[in-house]
Design a protein around this ligand. Structure first.
Ligand SMILES: O=P(O)(O)OC[C@H]1O[C@H](O)[C@H](O)[C@@H](O)[C@@H]1O
Ligand SMILES: [Fe+2]
Length: 208
């Protein structure tokens, strides 16, 4: 059997980078059209504020073999579109029973999770907080603070990501908005279309 060499990576919390990682992708505001409730505020921010990087991910993917692991760092900028905080696209794992761990490095954020049947759970993430995303939960990160949100993550290498599950239901069931006093609140998403019992059964059956 061919042995893989161990790897040492360091997390640069200030820049949100994984030194020694091999992959990187960025999502700019223009990549995130239709995620936000307030389309006018989105257009205005893109026009007046420029096409800024909303989040960047650096990771190491040793392989995609079952049992292997992918890990990396996500850095999310602070900001809002209208009253809605910056968020990641969000997904369920393509093999839906694969879990994920997030570890807060800096900043203040939320892990917004939704079960296939439409239940919402929110875990607050800050420095030195671990968030466990169990199998079968759709997940998306939200930066609810004034600074960058930096999180280290790890998940099984064969998980994959299904982004379309969120688009198909008109977004996630809840949106996260700022409050007047600098906090956040979750409110129902008016565009949300719950999954049917058949849809839910299909998601649960997708696990290998
Ligand atoms: O994959 P996105 O929804 O664009 O978000 C950014 C993502 O970075 C990594 O891939 C993490 O493992 C994901 O769980 C995280 O959500
Ligand atoms: Fe994930």
């Amino acid at each position: 059997m061919e042995m893989t060499e161990p790897v040492r990576c360091s997390v640069d919390v200030g820049s949100g980078r994984l030194a020694g990682g091999s992959g990187r992708y960025e999502k700019r505001l223009s990549d995130l059209a239709s995620l936000y409730a307030d389309a006018e505020a989105y257009d205005a921010l893109l026009r007046d504020g420029g096409d800024r990087v909303v989040y960047a991910v650096e990771d190491l993917r040793p392989s995609s073999a079952p049992g292997d692991m992918i890990f990396g760092v996500t850095r999310m900028a602070p900001g809002t579109v209208g009253d809605e905080f910056f968020l990641t696209r969000g997904h369920i794992h393509a093999i839906a029973n694969r879990p994920e761990i997030y570890y807060g490095e800096s900043g203040t954020g939320l892990m917004l999770m939704e079960s296939p049947a439409g239940e919402t759970r929110i875990v607050e993430v800050g420095a030195r907080v671990v968030c466990y995303v169990p199998p079968f939960w759709i997940h998306r990160s939200v930066n609810v603070g004034p600074d960058d949100l930096v999180m280290t993550f790890a998940y099984p290498a064969d998980s994959g990501q299904d982004y379309d599950i969120i688009a198909r239901s008109g977004g996630m069931a809840q949106r996260v908005l700022r409050t007047g006093d600098g906090g956040w609140r979750a409110v129902p998403n008016a565009s949300y279309r719950p999954r049917t019992a058949d849809d839910v059964a299909r998601v649960l059956a997708s696990a290998a």
